[in-house]
Design a protein around this ligand. Sequence first.
Ligand code: GAP
Length: 513
Amino acid sequence: MAKQEDVFKKIISHAKEYGFIFPSSEIYDGLSAIYDYGQNGAELKNNIKQYWWKAMVQLNDNIVGIDTAIFMHPTIWKASGHVDAFNDPLIDNKDSKKRFRADVLIEDYCAKLEDKADKEIEKAAKRFGEAFDKKEFESTNPRVLEYREKQKTILSRMAQSLEKEDLGDVKALIEELEIADPDTGSKNWTDVRQFNLMFGTKLGASADSATDLYLRPETAQGIFVNFLNVQKTSRQKLPFGIAQIGKAFRNEIVARQFIFRMREFEQMEMQYFVPPGTELGFYETWKEKRLNWHLALGLGSENYKFHDHEKLAHYANAASDIEFKFPFGFKELEGIHSRTDFDLSAHEKHSGRKLQYFDAERNENYVPYVVETSVGLDRLFLAIFSNCLKDEVLEDGSERTVLSLPPALAPYKAAILPLMKKDGLAEYAQTIFNDLKYDFNLFYEEKDAIGKRYRRQDAIGTPFCITIDHDSLTDNTVTLRDRDTMKQERVAVADLRRIIDEKTNFRNLLSKI
Ligand code: GAP
């Protein structure tokens, strides 16, 4: 089995074993691509939400946050284009009976060409050492140029065929490239068909009077239809943003890779309303701002890259993904889209209501343009969790598994651990717990040897362990153990709040953006 797969398996089993993520409805054998967050997962997820919300709403006086309903008037999805165009091209393998996204098969083929180009570059870098000029090599080496040119030709042909709805040509491309079912190697494909990703449901008591509804496939439309409500009541002037965190639902054809692609997931979206003609400037600014927000997490700048879109969605005049190096390679983490005035204009048309803004400086009414940032909360959870989970060999040869989460995101900020239950140690530890619990989420545990308890806290990412021993009773000091360095120092109980706060406060992340 490939090493990459082993790593990913370990991540999934660690997430389950330590109460982060469980398969949904597990006692009924689970439900495909649906997951539940356990006690530690819920805390980590809430902290990620807070990091995003604070960065958007708290740090920007021109961005406000809202929380709209999952059920929306069905015409909204007609106006937004989701009824007609929110489709994925699917293809089945006749032998394995497995279903794939045709565009993903082709993109994966191109990713392999890019891997080959990267390997040529790596080899040359080793050969030439310090004298290596990467830019020069990339622009002159015939093999690298050939791999990149081939990718470009394939992707642009696919984009054109999808644009023209020429699904026959998408199949022809798969056959010409001799793309096989990745699991079985079979090249026996059906035709390519379009498949709408929205889940339908019904509102109403009786079958005849019920209205057909959709579960929202993105949170953004809740923002668009409330644009004027929010603008008027918040008295914001353009440019200003509306942020929202909430559930979205998509009937994904290929739902693999754990919480990377789910059928029920959460999005953190922000729509930034700007005057027409200024959108591409704001688009560039938001690309940079969002990348910086990710970089502040400290997961390594080499793990991020932009992927500017060739094929634009029906609503966009520019779009880019921030890709992250997941255990299975670089994949989309966040989308930044310049959505023009498409959505607001479409809602004006379908609702018959004006969704315009009076610009006092320009002395005119217009439909604002929109730049959107949209990140999947679960996908971000996976990025952070997989990057932070490490096996370490210690100086004495023993091993430990540590989840080196950014301290502000850790489920528990500190664990309070009396060395033993008797002699009044537990009572003293509880006094510390009761004092600090108003400021921090704390873990309390009396059982097992202290080393074992430290390891369990490492595995869930707790930045500090506080051990209470007999000396604590007389000198009011405790042993403070740092998760990352494993250093232990004696500190005064009176200093605990300050020390924990210094390391775990959101300010540490937010001030780096
Ligand atoms: N409002 C724009 C929009 O929804 P998108 O690129 O379709 O754009 C935005 O989705 C983000 O939502 C993606 O970058 C990804 O992080 C997340 N996302 C999309 N589909 C997902 C799925 N099935 N499971 C988990 N996250 C998903």
